[in-house]
Design a protein. Structure first.
Length: 209
């Protein structure tokens, strides 16, 4: 059995990652592939429970190190119970956010070192990385407009952080893509859902069966 491919979507809030993950999964299924679409934090019962702890708005929230540990714990369960078994049986896994979100948010935004985050990822998730990471970039104005339409100001605990935090997150993602051009494809997310999907299919290029 050929191992499946692991593709992650990354980017800021409201970039259109979930929308594009669904469209890509449909396109791959039409080509006869088994596709698992999943998300982080979440994807398994345990990881979804941790998601509620992380993103709920009750209480004082988490210290940045506790937050990073919770994301790593959720990811560990997700990798062991869902992602690795799917890849091993030959399915393609499309994950809405993965480890680079911890590097961008808890690292770029929260100030933890990349080395510490990589240690957590090695201990929790064997250091697993996607073969391809689609970084969907949108201008802040477009993202704000989409989120206003969808959420009417009810952001979760992390999405609701200030513009300076989210600017650091965006800069960190851009840096990761520049450092690892073979693993990242930059996708302009400002256009219509159909236009962005077409750009993603073009980026997959020779990968497509
Ligand atoms: N986090 C996560 C960390 O801090 N560390 C980590 O390690 C991980 C894994 C997750 C939060 O946790 C943080 C990051 C996040 O703050 P989430 O709810 O999963 O929370 O948040 P997001 O991943 O940001 O998801 P969103 O749903 O907010 O954004 P998406 O998925 O990028 O956007 P999507 O597809 O839901 O679209 C948003 C709206 O825009 C419309 C959609 O219909 C929807 O209404 N839309 C478009 N409209 C016009 N044109 C297009 N091209 C459109 N594409 C989508």
């Amino acid at each position: 059995m050929t191992r499946g491919k692991f593709i992650a979507f990354e980017g800021g809030e409201g970039a259109g990652k979930s929308t594009q993950a669904r469209l890509l999964a449909d396109a791959l299924r039409e080509r006869g592939l088994e596709v698992v679409v999943t998300r982080e934090p979440g994807g398994t019962a345990g990881a979804e429970a941790i998601r509620a702890l992380l993103l709920g708005t009750d209480g004082d929230g988490w210290h940045p190190r506790a937050e990073a540990l919770l994301f790593a714990a959720a990811r560990s369960d997700h990798v062991e119970r869902l992602i690795l078994p799917a890849l091993e049986r030959g399915a393609w896994v499309i994950c809405d956010r993965f480890f680079d979100s911890s590097r961008a948010y808890q690292g770029g935004g929260g100030g933890l070192s990349d080395a510490d985050l990589r240690d957590l990822h090695r201990i929790g998730s064997h250091g697993l990385l996607p073969e391809l990471t689609l970084l969907v970039e949108v201008s802040p104005a477009v993202a704000a407009e989409r989120l206003d339409l969808r959420d009417a100001g009810n952001a979760d605990r992390i999405g609701g952080r200030d513009a300076a935090y989210h600017a650091k997150v965006a800069a960190a993602f851009a840096r990761f893509a520049a450092e690892e051009p073979a693993r990242f494809a930059l996708i302009d997310g400002d256009g219509s859902a159909e236009a962005v999907h077409a750009a993603i299919m073009a980026a997959l290029g020779s990968w497509l069966p």
